[in-house]
Design a protein around this ligand. Structure first.
Ligand code: CMC
Length: 371
């Protein structure tokens, strides 16, 4: 038995949800480019969960179900107030709150298909509220209740800032949610599938997935990109900064991908948005710096930008705190995690691979007093 490092190239599951073929990403056969330009995030959620686009009535019904389930149990809000939050990463807070949410759900361990779908709605609806509530509570502000007349993208920005976002902000944020919704067997989705393939519950699966997304090699990269842009500070420092990273063999966050070779098809949409939004907010240098970084990393290392690179300056332009970038990834990706969890349950087999043993050969046990 020979191990494949990082399971590269290993096909670990069948799925009907999304596919990456020749650097093209599709959800249920629809090109991500079309969905990014035309679909609402709710349409995409429906698509991922039902494997078809909704008609108007189906979409309205889903939106209604989501809106009705956005409020949090008071205990989840109160729990945030128990901790000294200044040093708590919002991904850790989200991971804990989602696990806690399971304690309030009478159906948490009921495994019937309909009960699992109802839990999917509740999780999809509540995760944006958790992220927004945490962001406000740690600043000493009261959480803002969701509005019944707003979709998920607008509601999230409203709950975060306490004022209704304008159309450009909603359009950009909706597009970002659509682009991050699913991505075949990425690390967090695989984590969710491994967890629920033991027939554990949905809350456990989503909690595990949030833990996997948190790392800087996965969802955590978007926050690190903003840190890099801030650290560099101005365009004239880019070359020195990158060359030092190259010399030290350090990774440049927001670049590279296990599956894409020529480039991440999501990056171009975020690049366009970054150009527009940084101009609108009077900070075009973030876009200009990003373009220069991309040129150098691509030409000198041959490594293209991924989804996380331009999403950093997009979220910054939307006035979002930098450590909320990865939780926002979760606000979107939970739709994909839930789709994969439902798919796993529908055709389950426990996921239990083997390891190549590289430790010592057979040894004789020696009693502790003789060692
Ligand atoms: N900067 C510099 N060199 C890189 C980078 C990078 N961002 N990415 C890959 N390389 C180099 C790497 O050093 C290695 O070189 P060598 O063969 O000389 O040792 C080669 O390219 C292959 O890299 P790898 O780390 O073996 O590739 P992987 O498929 O195991 O990892 C990755 C993929 C995305 C984790 C990696 O490219 C990376 O760490 N990127 C930076 C973090 C990042 O942006 N993550 C977000 C990924 S996309 C969205 C998401 O999943 O959340």
């Amino acid at each position: 038995m020979t191990a494949t490092r990082g399971l590269e190239g290993v096909v670990a599951s069948e799925t009907s949800i999304s596919s990456i073929i020749d650097d093209t990403l599709t959800y249920v056969g629809y090109n991500i480019d079309d969905l990014a330009d035309h679909a609402s995030f709710e349409e995409v959620i429906y698509l991922l969960w039902h494997l078809k686009l909704p008609n108007q009535q189906e979409l309205d019904e889903l939106k209604q179900q989501l809106i009705e389930n956005m409020e949090l149990p008071q205990g989840v809000i109160d729990a945030f107030k128990l901790y000294s939050l200044q040093n708590v990463h919002p991904m850790a807070a989200l991971r804990t709150a989602v696990s806690q949410l399971g304690l309030y759900d009478d159906e948490a361990d009921i495994m019937e298909k309909e009960a699992n779908y109802r839990k999917a709605i509740r999780l999809q609806a509540k995760i944006p509220t958790i992220v927004a509530a945490f962001a406000r509570i740690r600043k000493g502000l009261d959480p803002v209740s969701p509005r019944k007349d707003l979709g998920l993208a607008a509601n999230f920005l409203y709950m975060l800032k306490g004022k209704e976002p304008d159309d450009i902000e909603v359009e950009a944020f909706n597009k970002a949610l659509v682009l991050h919704a699913d991505h075949e067997l990425n690390a967090s989705t695989f984590t969710a599938r491994v967890c629920v393939a033991t027939l554990s519950d949905i809350y456990s699966g989503i909690t595990a997935a949030i833990g996997a997304l948190k790392g800087p090699l996965h969802g955590g990269a978007n926050e690190q990109v903003m840190k890099m842009l801030t650290e560099i500070g101005s365009a004239d420092r880019i070359e020195d900064y990158l060359h030092e990273k190259f010399r030290n063999k350090e990774k440049i966050m927001g670049f590279g991908h296990r599956v894409y070779r020529k480039g991440d098809p999501r990056a171009k949409h975020l690049k366009k948005m970054s150009e527009k939004l940084t101009k609108l907010t009077g900070q075009p240098y973030y876009y200009d710096m990003s373009v220069k970084i991309e040129q150098i990393v691509t030409s000198e290392k041959g490594i293209p930008a991924n989804v996380d690179f331009y999403s950093a300056s997009v979220y910054h332009s939307l006035g979002i705190d930098h450590d909320l970038f990865t939780p926002i990834f979760a606000v979107s990706r939970v739709s994909g995690w839930l789709a994969h969890i439902l798919e796993q349950y529908s055709n389950n087999r426990i996921i239990r691979p083997r390891a190549e043993y590289v430790g010592p050969g057979m040894q004789t046990y020696v009693k502790i007093e003789d060692r």
